[in-house]
Design a protein. Sequence first.
Length: 128
Amino acid sequence: RGGYVPKRKRPSIWLVLPVLLLVVLSLLPLAYVGLKAWQAGWAEALHLLWRPYVFGLLRNTLALMVGVTITCGVIGLSLAWLLAEAFGLLLNIELALARSLLVCMALLVMPLAQLGLAPARFANNRHG
């Protein structure tokens, strides 16, 4: 005992605030469903949850989750491989060009995330 124990540094507020915002935004749909179930009463909520329509939504959600996960995994693995293979080449290129290439690679993935959200938006607008 008696050894030096370093103090833990508290995370910056600029790191904590965005994380808290994302947590709150992620919990909003769950809070909405809980509120609607509370308003409907537990018997009615259970009756509505056991409809065939809900199982269809669950099946679609799971299929979307698996598809997006596989697609993002393939794209991420491909981009990681490309980056690892090109790293030696990037060291010989100007830094600005290397940064531009990395930004372009990141921008390639963003539209795919939006495509993953589009079916959920469409389903909410059609049935909501």
